[in-house]
Write a protein that binds this ligand. Sequence first.
Ligand code: GLN
Length: 461
Amino acid sequence: AYLDRIATEDGALGAYLHVDAEAALATAGAVDAARAEGRELGPLAGVPLALKDVVVTEGVPTTSGSKILEGWRPPYDATLAAKLKTAGTVLLGKTNMDEFAMGSSTENSAYRVTRNPWDHDRIPGGSSGGSSAAVAGGLAPWSIGTDTGGSIRQPAALTGLVGHKPTYGSVSRYGLIAFSSSLDQAGPMTRTVLDAALLHEAIAGHDTYDSTSIDCPIPVLAEAARRGAGGELAGLKVGVVRELGGEGHTEGYEQGVLDRFREAVALLESMGAEVREVSCPAFDLALPAYYLIAPSEASSNLARFDGVRYGLRVGDDGSRDLDEVMALTREQGFGAEVKRRIILGSYALSAGYYDAYYGQAQKVRTLIGRDFTAAFSTDDGLGLDVLVSPTTPTVAFPIGSRVDDPIAMYAADLCTLPASLAGVPAISVPCGLSEGLPVGFQIMAPALADDRCYRVAAALE
Ligand code: GLN
């Protein structure tokens, strides 16, 4: 049924970069056969799934939305892809994304425009916009996205889905094409909170192939989602972050978004939560800090795309030396935003500027972590269980409206960046509509307390 929908709808929607109906049917057939024989099946046996094209999949084209990887078929599976295979899922295809996950609208894809199923003239968010459009449009029951500064939560919010960025280190990054290694995390994008919890449990866990992977038990999330669905939040301590849409900090926020957010906070209160406002002063600096740290790491990570090891190679006809082939390949293979980030990052890391830019940004990152600790710590902090904010300052914006203004595009990440920089988990759950378009509610929790995100999100659902 999903393959049929892809065949009829994806021409207009543009959610997928690659669909292999034959392979999907073969996998589904194999699951059916195993079931008929009474063989033991994985917990998600036969459930279709879409993967963001940043996830490396054995033998299946993987581009990360870039021309420089056109035609590349990886020789191995990302750890999360392997886990999903073992669980029995059926891969429908790979979804569109901003090139190397750099963007907030999916308009930076080198391949196609993806439309928001709620309004085809608007963006589906980004960088996991193919994943959000696929699920919101009914072209996949659920999907995997990645989030470096908001790329799961923001597209989920703008298409009316649930999207969770796990605690940094709790889902393996092995086989995710690296953007900013100290920030990148993969996570679920789904229609319901329980679905997100089930998909998250399937991909989480320690992995020796990822040096930043945390060695701890796989969290119990589905149970938290089921418990939260009862709507009983007595004693839960909720902090509303003033710097993210509160008094004196509403510039750039749409009134409709703030209204839906405040209604959801009132709902939490009516379910027994104790709500108070908190100030996290360093959050005001998250945007400039992120846009130094992420491009710095990207400029280093993208050095591997040299026209030799992967995908595209331009001008290798015997008349040019290696440097010229490399330069031509990169000039044609990378899009404008990727080049902008490489230039920004190389500059910020260069001798003489390092302390002024990258060093400063790292200090801000530490301060943001301290703001979270001050809010969450039961020893010398406020002892709050979760912090909440709108997921995005606005609803989905029109296609083309921000492409020529990188700063306006970056502003879409205002609310999602603090949790990214601190490595703490955060979920976006729908909280109503503004002018007919979905609004997202963000719940942030201490590291490894992802279950709290699910519990509170389920209560709001
Ligand atoms: N929009 C942000 C950026 O462009 C975040 C992207 C992401 O989370 N991958 O960097």
